[in-house]
Design a protein around this ligand. Sequence first.
Ligand code: KG4
Ligand code: ZN
Length: 330
Amino acid sequence: MNVLGIETSCDETSAALVKDGKKILSNVIFSQNPMHARFRGIVPEIASRAHVEKINGVLEKAIGNERVDALAVTVGPGLIGSLLVGKMAAQALAWVWEKPIVGVNHLEAHLFANALENPGLEPPFLGLIVSGGHTDLVIVQDYGRYRVIGRTRDDAAGESYDKVANLLKLGYPGGPAVDLLAQQGDPGAVPFPKPFLQGSWDFSFSGLKTAVLYYLRKNKKVRVADVCASFQNSVVSVLTAKAVSAAKTFKLGKISVGGGVAANSELRKRFQSEAKKHGLEVYLPSKSLCTDNAAMVAALGFHKLKRQKTAAAALKSLEVDPSLPIRNWE
Ligand code: KG4
Ligand code: ZN
């Protein structure tokens, strides 16, 4: 079954065709990053307009001459104007082609992106979502069966990278720039706090960002690479330690990491070495599947369509929700 996935929740316009939830036939991604860079953050109005302009071309390229059996579209969380563009396009196609359609939660899709490259990866596993807007620790019991045990209380992991990059005038999005510079820096140069929040599975990165701000105010001559490496050391230490500890506490042998920050080179290294030390399997998507893409939406959509009897009825009831929570399927 070929599922056409559509993703427009934030600043990537993407469409993908995925066979049986596993095989990527196409994954077309138009990134708006350069359009938002001069504003040092995403401008919702620019994002939704760009989705409108790009969606048809991206869809045509993704579909090619292939058959489409069903559709899956991101319905939240995300920017309302952006989400609506994807939803309207998906619904129009489902209507004309008379194909089933399903709405997918963007965060759940990040959790399952690893399954595209590791067909053997099946729940139960511990999921860690580290994106621009979210940092969530989730026990994935089965497809559509979740228990969110921890989330960020303030800034998300990606958001803290973007804010620190902003302080250092490294441009937007900040994660890749900090990642690159950190490779030439000393992670032990500045003892920034490591917010472990003992006794809770939650995260908090806003104090760390403030510590970087105060450090930069106090010290006029700094090695930017050292600041990047030290900041990154704090973020990555917290993320790996908490995920490994949660996997062991809840007796889950596998950790699946997803979202833009999963592309971070230090995070990938540290997860691999920590997992090995603790006898856990860790899954990290290849970089193009870490950041926003429609292949992960199509893949999860396939599993949802299989389990959801009401797919055809969804055409009428498909609602977008900017703050859609991770919740169990009906
Ligand atoms: O998952 P994503 O593409 O979009 C959201 O759903 O938010 O994540 C984007 C976030 C941005 O904050 C970006 O700075 C961060 O992922 N990011 C990185 C790296 N690549 C992207 N953060 C750290 N290191 C990277 N290599
Ligand atoms: Zn995302």
